[in-house]
Design a protein around this ligand. Structure first.
Ligand code: SR1
Ligand code: MG
Length: 409
């Protein structure tokens, strides 16, 4: 959080802007001069403000034409606000319990206004003192199943899906960040890379590990070419907020059409790194990961069975009882492919958080570099196994078992 007064748009300017938009001013209520506006963002990309009035609140995101964490030295498209707005709209439409409502996007001012998530905290912050509410895994399974299945060819008519994918095909610069930071930079020398002291040999080892580089390149091909569903695109623990009973996914600026396993793999990576980094949260992280996959798998298949409009498996071709049974088997097979993708993306995400620009906050919270390096070596061993031996993990439970095994070594 910046020092008061150092924000790029000061709080008075935010209030003045909101006061000029009648429907937002009404939502806040009371006199604009009495609104409480604060800059609250701590992410790498945007400035984030919460404005509260007598009647309610809103969240305001403001995009400078550069990466917030670095400044003008790293220019970044301001169109990210548009893609975040469009992704919020699509995902709110299909998963309104778990995605905040977008209220307004102003391309000229680079301002996105979203429903305020009152009483919510980032999962990342929640984990510092405890764990999220007991329905968290269930909510994430629901969010993932609905946001991914209902924007895919399994649920949408092909023309509608192609038009939607065409919109997000424009999110070129944000996707390029992921292409480079997740799949390429950790495997070459790059000024943005950094790693924990004591991990030099591992960093050099990555650059020489042809087998691993090929496995990651295969995942990059999937990310580049597998336009299967509208993915969040950056689903780490700082992109999810919880209250005492609710769960909402935020920060959709990296949204794009990607393989269905991409968001699941990213989230799995952060839960697994949490298990290695924070021993008191270990059981929670592993149990939650297994429950998210089980819940996602069941819900996704159930959505597939109930959606009649998807062009992928045309419903009228599978109307008879034996055909419906065959279709259910095909859906199960489909999910095995999603799991295999997810595990590959999970491995790639772990590696990039160990050696790239944006590191894993949970691992960073280990103050002793030797202890951090020890935890990171275990993460790396898991990531290599996931990338190189994906076929060996036929369930998320198998991943959890391997993770527990690495902890006792
Ligand atoms: C320029 S943004 C760097 C990273 O922060 C975000 O959270 C994404 O993970 C991105 O890769
Ligand atoms: Mg973010």
């Amino acid at each position: 959080v910046p020092e008061p007064g150092t924000e790029r748009m000061d709080c008075a300017e935010v209030a003045a802007y909101l006061a000029g938009v009648p429907e937002i001013a009404q939502r806040l209520g009371g006199e604009a001069g009495r609104w409480d506006v604060r800059e609250v963002g701590d992410g790498n990309v945007n400035y984030v403000y919460i404005a509260r009035g007598a009647a309610g609140g809103v969240c305001v995101k403001y995009a400078e034409p550069f990466v917030r964490a670095i400044g003008a030295a790293w220019p970044l498209t301001v169109e990210r606000g548009f893609f975040e707005y469009r992704a919020l709209a699509e995902h709110h439409r299909v998963a309104s319990d778990h995605v905040p409502q977008p209220l307004r996007y102003d391309a000229d001012r680079r301002i996105l206004v979203v429903e305020e998530l009152s009483g919510h905290r980032l999962v990342r912050h929640e984990l510092a003192g405890g764990t999220p509410h007991p329905d968290f895994a269930d909510h994430m399974a629901e969010y993932l199943a609905r946001s991914l299945c209902l924007t895919s060819d399994l649920a949408l008519p092909a023309g509608r899906k192609r038009r939607l994918a065409a919109v997000f095909a424009g999110n070129v610069e944000m996707c390029q960040i992921m292409e480079e930071m997740v799949f390429t930079d950790p495997y070459r020398e790059h000024p943005r890379n950094h790693h924990t002291a004591g991990m030099d040999a591992e960093a050099i080892g990555l650059r020489e590990d042809v087998e691993l580089k090929l496995a990651v390149a295969r995942m990059k091909v999937r990310y580049l070419s597998g336009w299967e569903a509208l993915a969040h695109g950056d689903l780490h623990l700082g992109s999810i907020m919880v209250s005492d009973r609710a769960t909402h996914v935020i920060d959709q600026e990296f949204a794009c059409f990607a393989p269905i396993g991409f968001d699941i793999g990213t989230l799995a990576a952060h839960l697994l790194m949490t298990a290695f980094a924070l021993p008191p949260r270990r059981d929670w992280a592993l149990t939650t990961l297994a429950a998210i996959w089980t819940g996602f798998d069941e819900r996704f298949r159930s959505l597939c069975a109930s959606q009649r409009d998807g062009d992928a498996y045309a419903a009228d071709l599978f109307a008879a009882a034996n055909e419906r049974a065959a279709l259910a088997s095909a859906h199960r097979l489909h999910m095995a492919g999603v799991l295999a993708d997810a595990l590959g993306f999970c491995g790639a995400e772990i590696v990039r958080r160990l050696f790239g620009f944006a590191r894993c906050a949970e691992l960073e919270s280990i103050e002793d570099p030797a202890a951090r390096a020890a935890a990171e070596r275990r993460c790396l061993a898991l990531a290599r196994a996931l990338l190189l031996e994906r076929g060996r993990f036929l369930s998320m439970d198998a991943v959890v078992t391997t993770t527990r095994g690495l902890m006792t070594r």
